[in-house]
Design a protein around this ligand. Structure first.
Ligand SMILES: [Zn+2]
Length: 409
């Protein structure tokens, strides 16, 4: 909230909630002053937020003496969101409160090739179990955030021609999940949610950030001006299929030749390691071999880093981020990957674009996706327009069934 300037002529409950969250605690009088609303209008909006369990009124805050004025605070315990970060072979699930505080999480094996209906039923059952561990009920769930390993049309939550998700093309993930949890479901690709998770948890002060996931494939999440940049068709950041000069000898799964992920991704490293006589099956084996300092493997990883860095140098010139974070399985390899990336980026990108550029490992590691999915869900349910709509719906129809656990604490 940037102050009075962000309010329209009639700020609704959602705008007041933003102000309460931004200030931490605020009195009714101060809310009236800051919003420009009369006392009665403020009270009417606060009643709706109280009915939605989104705020609490407390008198237990520090006071300078005399009777402490009643203060309004955000009720982080007033609900939960569910998060699922789906990968090709495993899923990470989480439950957070409305402040994004992790209440429970679990990693599960997942055969995403079983198709969307079977996989989503399994995920819903696992999320219900996880929810039970937190002592919350399905009635506490406000939204579900889901990340999938492929491009997604964000507005509808439908995967778009996902190469590694046979049967998921065009599937309405939110509609399916609605049968289990009748709340909004937000779906985005796995790299975008990782970028959101890292940005909100660790890099909030940086406006422009790239998160590059280097695993079996290679993708990039773009945070521009503080928000995720998806592009016209949701395909922004799909850098895995940018052509690497001089590597047309490599055929990519997409049908093109010389694609970045076919040259430098986990699958390429596994193949190269096998040709050198190592028994590597997946990216994690490469990480183990690199950490064990097998010279041929560290050399391969460093060269991958250079090739990735070459492509990133183009992105740095075009986009001028303050931070590039490297995540994904291969980010866990030794420093050689980062050394290769840094070497190529600083050699190829312009000095102005790299002057303050930081290249670092993803802090959240393999939890970035699940936390990012939770953040995506939270930002939806706390968005002022959505809050206003919920308050209006409650005012005009019977109260929707909700647990009273938040108020009984
Ligand atoms: Zn390709």
């Amino acid at each position: 909230v940037s102050g009075n300037g962000s309010f329209g002529s009639r700020p609704g409950p959602g705008a007041l909630l933003e102000l309460i969250r931004a200030t931490g605690a605020i009195s009714r009088a101060e809310l009236a002053r800051r919003s420009g609303l009369g006392r009665a209008a403020v009270s009417q909006r606060l009643d709706r937020l109280l009915a939605q369990d989104l705020i609490l009124e407390t008198t237990e805050l520090p006071s300078t003496g005399g009777r402490p004025p009643a203060s309004l605070v955000f009720n982080a315990a007033g609900g939960v969101v569910l998060a699922a970060d789906l990968g090709a072979t495993h899923a990470r699930l989480a439950v957070t409160d409305l402040a994004g505080e992790l209440l429970a999480e679990v990693a599960e094996d997942l055969g995403i090739e079983r198709g969307p209906a079977a996989v989503l039923d399994t995920i819903a059952a696992q999320l219900t179990d996880l929810l039970g561990q937190t002592g919350r009920t399905p009635a506490d769930v406000r939204a579900v955030g889901v990340g999938v390993p492929g491009p997604v049309e964000f507005a509808t939550g439908r995967p778009v021609s996902p190469p590694i998700l046979p049967g998921w093309d065009g599937y309405r993930i939110p509609d399916h999940l609605y049968r289990h949890f009748p709340v909004p479901a937000l779906v985005d690709n796995d790299v975008n949610i990782m970028a959101v998770g890292e940005h909100r948890m660790n890099w909030r002060d940086e406006e422009d950030l790239l998160l590059v996931k280097v695993g079996t494939g290679i993708g990039c999440g773009i945070v521009a001006g503080g928000t995720i940049y998806r592009g016209a068709q949701g395909a922004a950041g799909d850098i895995g299929h940018i052509r690497v000069a001089g590597r047309d000898d490599v055929i990519c799964e997409c049908g093109n030749v010389g694609c970045l992920e076919a040259v430098a991704g986990g699958r390429a490293l596994v193949r190269a390691a096998r040709e050198l006589g190592f028994a590597a099956r997946d990216s994690r084996d490469i990480v183990a071999l690199a950490r064990a300092q097998h010279v041929e493997i560290t050399r391969l990883v460093r060269e991958s880093g250079r090739v990735i860095g070459d492509v990133l140098s183009g992105l740095v010139n075009a986009f001028n981020p303050q931070v590039i974070l490297i995540g994904g399985d291969l980010a866990e390899a030794d420093e050689q990957l980062f050394a290769g990336v840094r070497e190529a980026v600083y050699r190829r990108a312009t000095p102005l674009a790299t002057r303050r550029l930081r290249i670092a490992r993803s802090v959240l590691g393999d939890r970035a996706g699940a936390l990012g999915a939770a953040v995506m869900a939270l930002e939806h349910v706390l968005d002022p327009d959505y809050v206003d709509a919920c308050c209006d719906a409650e005012a005009t129809s019977p109260r929707r069934p909700r647990s009273t656990s938040a108020r009984s604490r």
